[in-house]
Design a protein around this ligand. Sequence first.
Ligand code: FIX
Ligand code: ZN
Length: 418
Amino acid sequence: MPEPLSSGQIAGAVSDVLQSTAFIDMHTHLFQPSLGKLGLWGIDELVTYHYLEAELFRSSTMEPAQYFSLSKRAQADLIWKTLFVDNAPISEATRGVVAVLQAFGLPTASADLTEARRFFESQNLHTHIGNVLQLSGVSDVVMTNDPLDPKEAPLWAARPQADPRFHAVLRLDRILNKWSDHWEILRAQGYSVDESASESAGEVRRFLERWITTMKPVYAACSLPDTFAFPEDSPRGRLLADAVLPVCRQANIPLSLMIGVRYLVNPDLRLAGDASGLADLRALETICRRFPANRFLVSLLSRENQHELCVYARKFRNMMPFGCWWFLNNPSVVEEVTRERVEMLGASFIPQHSDARVLEQLIYKWRNTRRTLAPILTQTYSTLAEDGRPVTKADIEHDVKRMFRGNFTQFAPAAAGR
Ligand code: FIX
Ligand code: ZN
């Protein structure tokens, strides 16, 4: 019988377990090396992350159009000067860049990016990926792969070499949210589909099956607006019910629903132009109830939707809440959301994903997650011990492994291959 921890030992045990458990990062925009230039890394990409672009325009008089006409290097120089030199990098996203520089022993308060550029330019990508995963405490990275992305789709046709550390995801935003812009592309590829998608379900199933064979995705995914409704008399409503969900059942993969985006509320900001909105979760309720044989990984963008999500997770075991997505990925909100999830769901949820778009972001996003979770888990186990149930290190290991590995591989067994 493992020794129960004394109240003074719990914090140390929690921190040990968080540090020693390798996490599965179940949603990123990173790419395996064989997908080439799609994968972003290095200081210029870190500094021009769309989170920082949004912050730049609050501290600079430059018009977005002028900013986007600059070279990547000039954009990075401007953001570095504005947000890291002229102002202290106190926001979550700017502090993240500082943490990455520190992790590689680079100066964090330089006047420019010369030394940082020299360091990253000297890295061998394969070795660098290994170092970054090591520093982040991450064993597996789940990508976001779009079969209709004109840059990405041809790369898959060339049968890219798989990397066991990277897992593919079949991203369906263009099919479900932008059917009117994309049905003719499917038709040009030989699928007899129609504009209203009233006669297209069979052909879309054929398209999805082909890409499941090509990508071997661990799940399918789609982000959805705050106005998402289901059922809905629309191409999205029809294709979700008659194509996507049947194919997911057949392939035994879950569908990830990321709900609550207000797309391009300020289009001038491009990727930084999206916002969040409160969603009516009755769509989610209906989908979970109507499709019990499907599994759903669910993340919601609105802070105000988080309580309902916990309640629905208690009603539908085919739904797995995950992550504090995008604008929620800030310690104050992660803390609030995670405490409530532990109180209502125990360890039956996935606390976080990184949503990293640049490789080295894994370092600070997972450092922050471990830093925010440590006091929450310490208080959770201390309260349990206080209430009379002795706590062992094995209990903590079990729950942390479940939250950052087991819950995901239970819903997405293809990811457990390794
Ligand atoms: O839809 C998504 O996967 C979002 O995460 C992204 O579109 C978003 O731009 C992002 O990078 C959030 O962190
Ligand atoms: Zn994302």
